[in-house]
Ligand binder design. Sequence first.
Ligand code: ADP
Ligand code: X2W
Length: 286
Amino acid sequence: MKTRDMNRDWIATAETLSSALPYLQRYDDAIVVIKLGGHAMGSDEGMESFARDVVLLRQVGVNPVIVHGGGPMINSLLDRLQIKSDFVNGKRVTDKATMEVVEMVLSGMVNKRIVQAINAQGGRGIGLSGKDANLITCEMTDPALGFVGSPSKVNDEMLRNLFEKEFIPVIAPIGAGLEGETFNINGDTAAGAVAAALKADRLLLLTDVAGVKNAQGVVVTELTAADVEAMTAEGVIAGGMIPKTETAVNAVRGGVRACTIVDGRVPNAVLLELFTDHGAGSMIRG
Ligand SMILES: Nc1ncnc2c1ncn2[C@@H]1O[C@H](COP(=O)(O)OP(=O)(O)O)[C@@H](O)[C@H]1O
Ligand SMILES: CC(=O)N[C@@H](CCC(=O)OP(=O)(O)O)C(=O)O
């Protein structure tokens, strides 16, 4: 004989599922671009949890697009090869030798790890770099930075074709130059360009801090473009946070509804951000 114990936890779980309904309706067929930063993809468990969230999004009718970074992984291979590397305003100065390592790590190692994690959860992850079908065409950002690219064109039609077949595009931030060059694009910049080309509903930048911190070290939960400009001029926003906030501001100015810098260390950070009102991080609005 079986009896039923209506445990309080189950009731809470059912309530949570039920309260997600308006959010599920809001995001039905929405395009959500998620940038997974190198610092946010530490452990295998973290990657598995991220992949589950992404596959769940696809399952409930969202069109997720993943753009990834991999800065720490590039650093570690450059170190092993004894190639020195410098950053200017959060962007890596990239000569020919560095570019080879960047492409190898991003397109080869990091990209395939994410694709495999998504597919292990039952998703249809497909790995791409900006070179595939000329997904991201670039111009040189600044000769002083070497082969760092600024996206000039994104093949959004190709991504839309993939959505129709329920593929989940996973994009390495490598760009194709018009003269056959290969460009290193900052992951946040690439995610912003993809989101703008797709007129995405949301852009989430997953990183390893709780959000954008003010001069007192306190996370600011909502910022305007003017706040970002002031905090950057004061040096409060620095290093890797510069391309992130720059991307967020450009994205919202370009028509993306909202851009959030999310703490990717929080379990199920993506689901919390999209399907509850308990988002973790800093939201930038126009
Ligand atoms: N105002 C700020 N608030 C939060 N983080 C900041 C700020 N200014 C600089 N940072 C730095 O930016 C880093 C995030 O950028 P980055 O290391 O490039 O992350 P990711 O690899 O996720 O792209 C943080 O770890 C922090 O050291
Ligand atoms: C031009 C530039 O800086 N490119 C980055 C690309 C990877 C990246 O953006 O990685 P995260 O998102 O983990 O920081 C780099 O070479 O590190």
